[in-house]
Design a protein around this ligand. Sequence first.
Ligand code: NAD
Length: 473
Amino acid sequence: MAKTAEVSFLDSVSRNFDKAAPHTGLPEGLLQQIKACNSVYQMRFPVKVGKEYEVIEAYRVQHSHHRLPTKGGIRYSQKVNQEEVMALASLMTYKCALVDVPFGGAKGGVKISPRAYTPAQLQAITRRYTTELIRKNFIGPGIDVPAPDYGTGSREMAWILDTYQTFKGGEIDAAGCVTGKPVNQNGIQGRTEATGRGVYYALKEIVSYKEDMDKLGLSTGMEGKTIAIQGLGNVGYYAGIICQEEGGSKIVSVAEYEGAIYSKDGIDIKKLLKFRKKTGSIIGFPGTKDLKQRKKVLEVKCDILIPAALENQIRMDNAHKVKAKIVAEAANGPVTAGAQEVLTKKGVMVIPDMYINAGGVTVSYFEWLKNLSHMRFGRMEKRFDQDKYSNLVSLVERMTGHTIGIKERNMLTKGADEIDLVRSGLEETMITAYGQIRETWKRKKKIEDMRTAAFVCALNKISSDYLALGIFP
Ligand code: NAD
């Protein structure tokens, strides 16, 4: 049994921070400054729903201003509360530092269940929330830049931009006030899939280390790995589909709101989503067994468990039932601090949220850069590169006397499009960050788990900003 008691999400983040702090050697005052939530904006505003006015509870938390703008998604959920948003905002600070995205952490939350409102009502709520943020100077390309999170997507981001532009007419960089926008409205190719794709790139890198996989009793590579996914929303769906299609992994179990299903032969995620759209449920998908309770997905025998729904899913009371060798925290905070101890004792590798789901903020950063540069990536160099490679291939053909086929030629001479650059930048980010985490974990023998190593990397990077200012000698 773990020696500690179960605590709230915010306290879990705090406890994880405290566990890592002694390994950094940083002064106590500086650690306290990094840990504190700088600004909490709690608001209430009225929105007309049907014939009545409803008072909506909402938040925006800016955890750290050591780099600006601050950045973090907006969550729409009935479970939203101040502590949750504070926990999520602080995770954003550590996440950004870890993957070298030069932002402070922030998060927003609106306490509503999106399913209970029509699109027009959701639009009214989103626009009013944005107005409140503008009113208090809590949004702007150089101030605080929201993005999608649980319960929101590109549609909400488009409403936010439109509202911002209405109030800030003529602001040249206005498009950078929010990320995760539709591609045709100042968005970027590859943002929608980015968090799920980042999960795949991270897993691919992690399972490539033979020494680490031997310890878990697993082979290297994603091919044939069995995976269970909790939550088939933005993150879970793309993580699943990309692991399946590009990694050759087998998705053996999936859970959604209505329940969980299992198939030892694998579940086609694309077909499952179509089935759910048609029938309203994943239950009854041909070739699968109904697990009766949605939480059973967490207990399925598999190589990798991907919780991609909400926090506090794997707790001290069910952690001992987890049979996966690797738990990849695609959601924020799905494993509590107490459960982490249980899993570590069981020899399960827990890949922390602040690393494995950082793909979203990474591509959001690319989108923000695109907005500030007012130009799509690849526009300047694509043709130039294509002509250069084409000349090179022609030269080799002339020198060897061999001519290659048109398909091969196209492949060899292709210049990079925006999507190619986004994916390349994302993969590079996930590989580099894991290299740093793994190196720290291996070098500091007393570090028990990957989360603590990730925290140490993040804290060292954040502290260098403060130390450079001479604030904490
Ligand atoms: P989403 O709203 O698109 O999808 C979440 C899905 O989980 C929904 O379909 C919901 O029905 C399902 N779900 C909720 N509770 C469940 C349960 N108990 N069992 C099974 N399914 C359940 O949200 P999302 O954007 O995919 O976010 C999921 C998680 O990933 C959140 O923790 C979020 O903070 C985190 N995250 C999201 C992003 C992003 O870019 N969207 C980036 C980083 C982290």
